[in-house]
Design a protein around this ligand. Structure first.
Ligand code: G3H
Length: 549
């Protein structure tokens, strides 16, 4: 089932040997020159930055003799409070208390801008995909998938917005009151995405926020900044001035003043609870601030004794290790029934051993270097702690690391006292715990700080149903015989507890970035005539029965 694609990692030298020398990167995947970004977008202008800059180091190291050195791939502006406040002022002016061109534009015209942007974005596919590989170590295949999925998301959002608008393009009459009900924008949105899906997860908030008539300040994640640079001109040329503004720099310098000013109406943030909570607290008017948050998760996989073990192993390995386990939806704790633990572990270890390690552009590569600074050391600490408390690394070479590469460690049994049991590893560590009574994994999910998803593996309808019923009230998606995942993007994506606030999907995202507002009048003759004339003579953009085809 898992073909042998790579060689087993047995020593640190095997791991070091995965990295290329500077001259050995295939030409079509190499970065021709470092990208020193000096541009940022504010008020519809691409401005030039000559202040301090942040060097960008790639997770990809070059071998130099016995040393591994992270490739230096460019830099981006380290802006300050003044520039951040300029961006906020530009977004506020473009919104203009709801009277700006953008929030009052017809849905058809807004859609035309978004479609223009998507068209221009496609021209930059190669540049963005290459930067995804070099900035965050995503495999070529996954980087292409992230780009294409994002364009698809934009297209689907256009269709979803048309549907919403069509449903609102009529009057309703209820209890003698005539009304037109629509969704209106909320104001200035601060969008901040995560490093693991820097393009997709940023755009799955930014695009719906824009489509609903909000104006945006957008700060890329700390890792995964440069890949947005090729899109700046497309933003500038597709939207009216001030509708999209970008800021770069340290959160405390650029985001804190923006939040503390009280000028942000919506915080769309995907990242850690710690940062989300700090940002929320900085806002002086919590009731005005709407939060759309995608946070942490520790999704469990529960493998029952009657599972199809080949299938369970395949799903658990991809669930735990695709993009090196750096997905919020990754399976981060596996509970395996004691009756099948030996069989399953031997298959799991074999499957992990067959994954190919290497650089993002290599054919069929599964595991790549990690972008977060110091991550291999942090994972090693987590594994050491689990081992000290009774766990064992059961795969050959598990946990070997060199430079930015960490070879997956499969740890079993993970004891409840260890950090790995409840902390989100967000990396290539497969945590396993045998169980006898299914009450144990259920309790685990119930007691977890998180509540995003769970995967259950088994064949008995009665037992699966008995697990589904308690778990659906603990998490927001129960996956049967498959790994956890966000897609398809039309499905609701959210979480309970410390995992999320608000629901995202193609159509839900459009709803969360808007508020329902209506115009109502007693259905008497004079009002009917008034509303008819406004509609017939097209006096208002809100009171309108135009149908969007
Ligand atoms: O990091 C969290 C992502 O939303 C996960 O998305 O399940 O499609 O990889 P995915």
């Amino acid at each position: 089932m898992f073909e042998m694609k790579g060689k087993l990692m047995k020593t640190i030298s095997d791991v070091s040997a995965l990295f290329p020398t500077e001259g050995s990167v295939p030409e079509r995947h190499a970065l021709t020159a470092p990208l020193h970004q000096q541009s940022y977008l504010v008020k519809g202008e691409i401005r030039s930055w000559s202040g301090p800059a942040q060097d960008v180091l790639s997770p990809i190291c070059f071998r130099q003799g016995n040393e591994l050195k992270q490739a230096s791939i460019g830099s981006y502006p380290l802006m300050g409070e003044a520039e951040a406040m300029d961006a906020l002022a530009a977004a506020a002016k473009a919104f203009d208390k709801g009277r700006g061109d953008w929030p009052t534009m017809t849905v058809a015209d807004r859609i035309a801008c978004v479609e223009k942007f998507a068209f221009r974005m496609l021209e930059k596919r190669d540049a963005v995909v290459r930067l995804l590989m070099w900035e965050i170590g995503k495999t070529l295949k996954d980087a292409e998938k992230e780009f294409d999925r994002t364009v698809e998301y934009i297209r689907d959002s256009v269709e979803a917005l048309k549907d919403i608008d069509r449903a609102s393009s009529r009057f309703v009459i209820e209890q003698g009151i005539i009304a037109q009900i629509r969704r209106a924008p909320l104001g200035v949105v601060l969008c901040m995405g995560p490093f693991n899906y820097p393009l997709n997860e940023t755009f799955t908030t930014l695009i719906p926020a824009l489509m609903m008539g909000n104006t945006v300040i957008f700060k890329p994640p700390k890792l995964g900044v440069l890949l947005h640079e090729p899109l700046l001109e497309a933003f500038r040329d597709s939207f009216p001035p001030g509708v999209v503004n970008t800021i770069y720099g340290e959160g405390q310098k650029v985001i804190s003043p923006v939040m503390a000013s009280g000028g942000v109406d919506v915080l769309a943030f995907i990242g850690s609870c710690r940062v989300a909570n700090a940002l929320k607290k900085q806002h002086p008017r919590p009731n005005r601030l709407k939060c759309i948050l995608g946070l942490e998760a520790k999704n469990a996989g529960i493998v029952l004794e009657d599972s199809d073990l080949d299938l369970a192993v395949k799903e658990c390995v991809t669930g735990a290790l695709s993009y090196n386990g750096q997905r919020c939806t990754a399976l981060k704790m596996l509970f395996i029934h004691e009756d099948v633990i030996d069989d399953l572990m031997s298959r799991l270890v074999t499957a992990v051993g067959r994954l190919k390690c290497g650089m993002p552009w290599e054919a069929d590569v599964n595991l790549t270097p990690l972008p977060e600074p110091g991550k291999p050391g942090k994972l090693a600490e987590l594994v050491e702690d689990a081992v000290r408390l009774g766990g064992r690394v059961v795969n050959e070479g598990g946990g070997l690391h060199a430079g930015t590469f960490y070879y997956p460690a499969v740890v079993c049994p993970v004891e409840p006292a260890s950090r790995l049991y409840c902390e989100e590893q967000f990396g290539p560590v497969v945590a396993v715990r045998p169980f006898r009574d299914v009450a144990e994994p259920i309790r685990y999910v119930e007691e977890s700080r998180y509540g995003q998803q769970v995967s259950i593996f088994g064949r008995d309808p009665e037992r699966i149903a008995a697990l589904v019923d308690p778990l659906v009230n603990q998490v927001c998606r129960v996956n049967i015989n498959s790994q956890c995942q966000r897609g398809p993007d039309v499905f609701p994506f959210t979480g309970r507890k410390d995992s999320a606030e608000a629901t995202l999907s193609v159509s839900d995202a459009l709803r969360v970035f808007a508020i329902r507002t209506l115009v109502a009048a007693k259905a008497d003759g004079a009002n009917k005539e008034l509303l008819s004339r406004i509609t017939r003579e097209r006096k208002s953009r809100f009171i309108s029965t135009d149908f969007l085809f």
